[in-house]
Design a protein around this ligand. Structure first.
Ligand SMILES: O[C@H]1[C@H](O)[C@@H](O)[C@H](O)[C@@H](O)[C@H]1O
Ligand SMILES: [Fe+2]
Ligand SMILES: [Fe+2]
Length: 309
C-alpha cells in the first residue's frame, strides 16, 4: 500500500488577505468606470432582453439545469480531478482558449483570451499592489479548456454558466430557474431540502473532508488544477477561482447558511473581483504582446512552469 503524504502548502497560501477598507481612496483617476450597457446595447447580465443571443443563452441554461445532478458532479470531479490528461503551461492554456466563445454569456461573444486580459488589466489598474489578484483575473476562466477536444470536448452546459451547489435544493434566484423542474435531484428527498446533504455553517470548503459540491464547470476544475499543482496563490485567489460563477451566493445572498467565517472574509474579495469580471467585457482589444511579459512573470511567481491538467 502506498501512503500519500500531503506536502504542506507554502505559508503564503494560508494567509487570509485583508481587504483595503476603501480601495477607491488610493485611486488616482477614480478607477474603473462601470459602463451602462454591454456591447450589444443591453444592460449587463440581462437574461430576458430580446435577441438572438438570448435564445442561445436560455437553451444553454435549459440543458445545464436538467443535467447537473449530484451524481454527475461526483463522477466528473473524480475523473477530471486526476489531472492526468495534458501537461502544459498556463500561457499555453490561455492560447488554447482563443478558439472558444462562451454560449452562456449574454454580454460577450469574443474569444475568451480577450476576456481574461480585459479582466486582469482592469484589476491591475485599480489594485496595482495586489499582483495575486491580477493573476487570478488572468486565469479565473482557464477551466473552459474542458471544451477542447484533448479534454473530451465537454458540452458547454458542463463547462460554463453560473454555478450552484448540488446536493441541496436549487435556489429560485438561479437564472432560468424553471428548468430545474426536469432535474432528477429536484424530486429526490435526499437532495431537495434547504440543507440537503450539508449542515448549517459547514463551510464551502471544509478541510477537504466535506466539500460543497458545486455544479460541474470551469470554476471548480480550475480550482482543482491550481491546488493540484501547488500554486502559492493566497486562499482568497483560490476562493475567487472556485466561486466566481456562484451568482446565487455572491449576487443574491442565497445559501449563506453554508458559509463559515473564513468564507465570509474571502467573499469580500470575490465581490471586488466580480465587478471587473462582469463589467470589463467590451470590444476594445488588449495588446497581448505588450502585456505578456508582465503576466509571464506572475505565472512564474505563483505556478510551476508546466502544470498537470
Ligand atoms: O456566462 C458567464 C460565463 O460563463 C462566465 O465565465 C461565468 O463565470 C459566469 O458565471 C457566467 O454567467
Ligand atoms: Fe467564469
Ligand atoms: Fe470571467
Amino acid at each position: 500500500m502506498t501512503l500519500v503524504v500531503e506536502q504542506p502548502r507554502p505559508a503564503v497560501t494560508r494567509e487570509v488577505k485583508s481587504i483595503p477598507s476603501d480601495p477607491k481612496e488610493s485611486l488616482m483617476d477614480g478607477g474603473f468606470v462601470v459602463p451602462d450597457a454591454n456591447s450589444f446595447g443591453h444592460t449587463f447580465r440581462d437574461y430576458n432582453a430580446e435577441s438572438e443571443r438570448q435564445k442561445t443563452v436560455e437553451e444553454f441554461y435549459r440543458m445545464n439545469h436538467i443535467h447537473q445532478t449530484c451524481d454527475f458532479v461526483k463522477r466528473m470531479r473524480e475523473q477530471y480531478g486526476k489531472l492526468d490528461r495534458v501537461e502544459m503551461s498556463i500561457w499555453e492554456c490561455i492560447e488554447l482558449l482563443n478558439e472558444f466563445v462562451d454560449e452562456s454569456d449574454p454580454d460577450l461573444d469574443e474569444p475568451q483570451i480577450e476576456h481574461l486580459l480585459q479582466t486582469a488589466e482592469a484589476i491591475r489598474k485599480d489594485y496595482p499592489e495586489e499582483d495575486w489578484l491580477h493573476l487570478t483575473g488572468l486565469i479565473h476562466d482557464l477551466g473552459k479548456v474542458l471544451l477542447h477536444p484533448s479534454f473530451g470536448q465537454l458540452p458547454q452546459w458542463a463547462v460554463v454558466g453560473d454555478t450552484f451547489p448540488v446536493g441541496c435544493a436549487f435556489d429560485e434566484c438561479n437564472v432560468h430557474h424553471k428548468y430545474f423542474e426536469e432535474n432528477p435531484d429536484h424530486l429526490d428527498p435526499k437532495y431537495n431540502t434547504k440543507l440537503g446533504v450539508y449542515s448549517e455553517g459547514c463551510g464551502l470548503e471544509n478541510n477537504d473532508f466535506i466539500i460543497i459540491l458545486m455544479s460541474c464547470g470551469h470554476d471548480d476544475y480550475m480550482y482543482l488544477v491550481a491546488k493540484g499543482n501547488k500554486t502559492s496563490l493566497p486562499l482568497a485567489g483560490l476562493f475567487i477561482i472556485r466561486y466566481h460563477s456562484f451568482y446565487p451566493l455572491h449576487k443574491h445572498g442565497a445559501h449563506q447558511y453554508l458559509m463559515n467565517e473564513e468564507d465570509k472574509e474571502n467573499l469580500k474579495w470575490l465581490h471586488v473581483f466580480n465587478k471587473y469580471d462582469v463589467y470589463s467585457k467590451s470590444k476594445v482589444r488588449i495588446d497581448v504582446e505588450k502585456v505578456k511579459p508582465y503576466y509571464l512573470s506572475l505565472i512564474e511567481k505563483y505556478f510551476p512552469a508546466k502544470l498537470k491538467w
